[in-house]
Structures are given as C-alpha cells and as structure tokens.
Design a protein around this ligand. Structure first.
Ligand code: NAP
Length: 278
C-alpha cells in the first residue's frame, strides 16, 4: 500500500497523521500516513531505505530535521544564497521525483499565504509586524517578500538574530526594521505571532495592541490552543483574527497533493478543525 509519513525526533506530538488520515478516509483512498521517529544520525539511512521503496510517497519533516534534510534534495547542495531552500532555511515536505531523486519545499510559505487569503491584496504599502525570528518567521518573511508590504518590522528578543534572519531571507528592496520584543507597536495593518508564546505550557505574548490600525489583522501561528490570549485580546479590540489551525490545515493540504496526487478534500475543513481542536 502506498504511504507517506512525518519524520522527526520526537514525532509523537505531530498532528500530521490525524490530518492526512482524515483526508485519505474521506477520499476512500488506499493509502497510509504514519509518524516515524528518525534520530539525526539516522537521517541518511532513512532516505537511502525510502528511496528504494516503491510504495513511499514522501514525508513531512519536523524538528530537528527541517534544515538538515536540504543536502539530501536534488538541488539541496546549491550554494546560491537566492535559492528558496537557503532563503527560507527549512524544508518540511520531501517527495521522490520521477527520476528517483528527492525534491523538497516549505509548505509553510504556501500555507501561510493561503490562510491569509484575500487579505494579502490589501497589504501592499502597509506596515506589517512579525514577532519572532525562528524557522516559521523566516517562512513568513519570505511570504511577505511576495506580498510586498510598505515595511516589515520584526520584533524579537534577540535583535541580532532578527537582523541575521532578514539578511538570509534576502528581502531585496523591501523596507525592514528590527525592534526588541517589548518595544511599542506601530499602527500596523497585520501582526503575526511566530513565537511559541501563548501556546499551551508557555506564557502569553506580552503585547499592547492599541497602537494597531483599526482594521488590522492578527495572525497567530500557535494552534494549541486555537484561541490564544493574543487572539482574545485582538477580538476584544474588534480586530480580525486568523488562528494557527488555518495555516496548519493549509500547509498540510499542499503536502497531501505532493504525496497522494489528489487535492485534499477541503470541503470537510469544519469537521477537521473540530477534530484538531479536541
Ligand atoms: P522556532 O524556530 O523555535 O522559533 C521560535 C521564535 O520564538 C524564536 O525567534 C525564539 O527566539 C522566539 N521565542 C521562543 N520562546 C520565546 C520566549 N519565551 N520569549 C520571546 N521569544 C521567544 O519555532 P518555530 O518553528 O518558528 O515555531 C514558532 C511557533 O509557530 C510554534 O508555536 C509553532 O507551533 C508554530 N507554528 C505553527 C505553524 C502552523 O502551521 N500553524 C507552522 C509552523 C510553526 P530565540 O531565537 O531567541 O529563541
């Protein structure tokens, strides 16, 4: 039977098996999606084994492999700093190509853009605030390059790390600024939380949303809980919100079509959201 999987170390926490199994079932497709623990020193042996398996359709990649899979990809050894792998710095979908080589993408970029939806059109020339300078912040910064806001301000507890992140993502020609995590906000039109703050077991993001524009959108990448304290605060101010579950489902749908050759049955998103939130 054909199958795909998520690899990581640890991997048991991943929501990917639930999402992909849900879609396989809805489509009545003969296929399987599993979670496979792969320690860092076994990554090479893992790809060697899977490349010889005709049933393997590919894998999602979670921590700590999102960067270390890049050299295994057919163009992964590219030294070109402009290559998307190197600008985004991570890959979370790997799938075999027709010639047996491995291809990879970051579905976080597409997932973020899809969850943002039509709102992205209104952001050209506007001020966008990105909180965090880690892996998902890089994918969001790369997505911002496509949207072309007037200015992107990155708020981080490490301004040095934020500067480095912006340099690597190569936002040529885009106006950017870097701020400390506790600096006051500008009158921005979009604010994205790309830190784990607000997640179960983490303190809330310390933030005062009052300087934001009245029509601002607050996008929290955190999906557990679905409604974080940041989103509650935004709703109390009458702002539009997007939760991390929307991006989680959207990025998984981009992976699903790579693995199983069929679009994910998104008409069941409401049911899937309830499953994921329970
Ligand atoms: P990451 O690579 O570890 O980056 C986390 C960022 O948050 C870093 O800039 C880190 O700063 C900062 N940070 C962590 N703890 C902090 C604290 N206590 N105070 C201030 N800053 C702190 O993680 P990631 O992969 O980007 O993930 C970030 C969040 O996004 C997670 O909650 C993850 O679940 C979520 N996510 C959601 C989706 C989705 O589809 N919805 C996709 C990807 C990620 P330092 O570098 O200084 O540590």
């Amino acid at each position: 039977m054909i199958y795909a999987e998520v690899i990581g170390d640890p991997v048991a926490h991943s929501k990917s098996p639930l999402i992909h199994d849900f879609w396989l079932q809805k489509l009545g497709l003969e296929g399987d999606y599993r979670a496979t623990q792969v320690p860092p020193d076994q990554l090479s042996a893992y790809f060697e084994a899977r490349r010889g398996d005709p049933d393997w359709r590919g894998c999602n990649v979670t921590m700590p492999h999102k960067r270390s899979v890049i050299p295994f990809l057919h163009d992964g050894d590219s030294k070109d700093p402009n290559h998307p792998h190197n600008r985004i710095g991570s890959v979370n979908v790997v799938a075999p190509l027709l010639d047996g080589a491995l291809g990879g993408v970051s579905s976080d970029v597409a997932g973020f853009l899809e969850a943002l939806g039509g709102a992205s059109a209104g952001l050209r020339g506007k001020h966008v605030v990105l909180i965090g300078a880690g892996g998902s912040a890089r994918a969001v910064a790369f997505a911002m390059f496509m949207i072309d806001p007037g200015i992107l301000s990155v708020y981080s507890r490490s301004t040095e790390k934020a500067e480095r992140m912006l340099q690597q993502v190569h936002l040529d020609g885009m106006k950017v600024s870097v701020r400390g995590l506790h600096d006051p906000l500008p009158p921005a039109s979009l604010l994205i939380n790309a830190t784990p703050l607000g997640m179960v077991g983490q303190p809330p993001l310390p933030i005062d949303l009052s300087p934001l524009a009245d029509d601002a959108i607050i996008f929290d990448l955190v999906y557990d809980p679905v409604e974080t304290s940041l989103l509650q605060q935004a709703k109390a101010r009458g702002l539009r919100t997007i939760n991390g579950l929307e991006m989680l489902i959207a990025q998984a749908a981009h992976a699903f079509v790579h693995f199983f050759g069929r679009p994910a049955p998104r008409e069941h998103d409401a049911e899937l959201r309830v499953l994921l939130a329970s």
